[in-house]
Design a protein around this ligand. Structure first.
Ligand code: F6P
Length: 323
């Protein structure tokens, strides 16, 4: 292989830049050039590229977002589009592709390999931590830490005024961000899509807590919860308790910001391993992290299997420790 391509796809995640840097610098070490596709699969389809050498990826490891842009590209679901793009990639002299994203992006990568024979490797890049085959996705740790920072500040207001706060965190259909944020943020309660009937028990628990004289109450609500997010949960619980409350939706704040050490490390390891794997002749794998080690997981398994249910014991732990 003389040249590889790389793209970042789906929602941006802190640490994507670290992954791009590691992939480019590992390729350079092996005498292989790197083409960056702009805005994910959209740039791959439109052949919009940037040359990535060691200098081009300097001073990015500490930056959130992705320097090569990202997008969601429904067009890439079309096999004819994939075929034309793969031919275009070959004309450009690109011999294989590294895809940084979530399971939707990996579905596209796998189809490219199966239908067009393009060697592909995946690196996780999503704050949601909902990808099969890895204990943590690149971006998750930073997103949780960002949510924590917000909660620590909201707590000051909650303690001062005695108002309850319902804080909505991202995660699409996954409660991972909510559960980890709740325990680490000392929340009074947490509501996630993977658990049902928590609202009744939350009301009972908060009632007891008010009776015991506790002043600050933070309830973390995952955006994907079937009750309909923090506004809906706040209304039900606030009404049931007759207590004043406010709602804060953290939204895209969680997607930005400088990546934590953990995300930089996981991304750097994965970027290097993805390129080494492709150069060793392997394809159709994602570099994940299991029990502290970087591992290659077949993309076929990643797209076919569900991420295991989140650590629901954290829900009970958050309640147990809420005081
Ligand atoms: O997948 C990452 C994520 O941030 C989810 O947590 C969230 O539901 C979604 O993307 C938001 O997507 P968009 O930026 O397209 O609104």
């Amino acid at each position: 292989m003389k040249r590889l391509g790389i793209l970042t796809s789906g929602g941006d995640a802190p640490g994507m830049n670290a992954a791009v840097r590691a992939a480019v610098r590992t390729a350079t070490l092996h005498g292989v050039a790197m083409t960056g596709y702009i805005d994910g699969f959209s740039g791959y389809v439109a052949d919009e590229v940037v040359e990535l050498d060691d200098r081009a990826v300097g001073n990015i490891i500490q930056r959130g977002g992705t320097m090569i842009g990202t997008s969601r590209c429904p067009e890439f679901m079309d096999p004819a589009v994939r075929k034309a793009s793969a031919a275009q990639m070959r004309e450009r002299g690109v011999d294989g592709l590294v895809v940084v994203g979530g399971d939707g992006s990996f579905r596209g990568a796998l189809a490219l390999q199966d239908e067009c024979g393009v060697p592909v490797a995946g690196i996780t890049g999503t704050i949601d931590n909902d990808v099969y085959g890895t204990d943590e996705t690149v971006g998750f740790d930073t997103a949780v830490n960002t949510a924590l920072l917000a909660i620590d500040q909201i707590r000051d207001t909650s303690e001062s005024t005695g108002m309850m706060f319902f804080v909505e965190v991202m995660g699409r259909t996954s409660g991972e961000i909510a559960l980890h944020t709740a325990v680490a943020g000392g929340a009074a309660g947490v509501v996630v899509p993977e658990a049902s009937a928590e609202i009744e028990s939350l009301i009972g628990q908060l009632k007891g807590s008010f009776e015991r004289g506790k002043r600050s109450h933070i309830i973390v609500v995952s955006e994907g919860d079937e009750a309909g997010g923090a506004f809906a949960v706040g209304e039900i619980v606030g009404k049931a308790l007759g207590q004043p409350y406010r709602v804060v939706v953290l939204g895209h704040i969680q997607r930005g910001g400088r990546p934590t050490m953990r995300d930089r490390l996981i991304a750097s390891e994965a970027g290097a391993r993805a390129v080494e794997g492709l150069l060793a002749g392997r394809s159709g794998f994602m570099v994940g992290r299991q029990r502290g080690e970087a591992v290659e997981v077949p993309l076929r398994d990643v797209v076919a299997q569900q991420h295991p249910p989140p650590a629901l014991h954290l829900l009970a732990l958050a309640q147990q420790l809420s005081g």
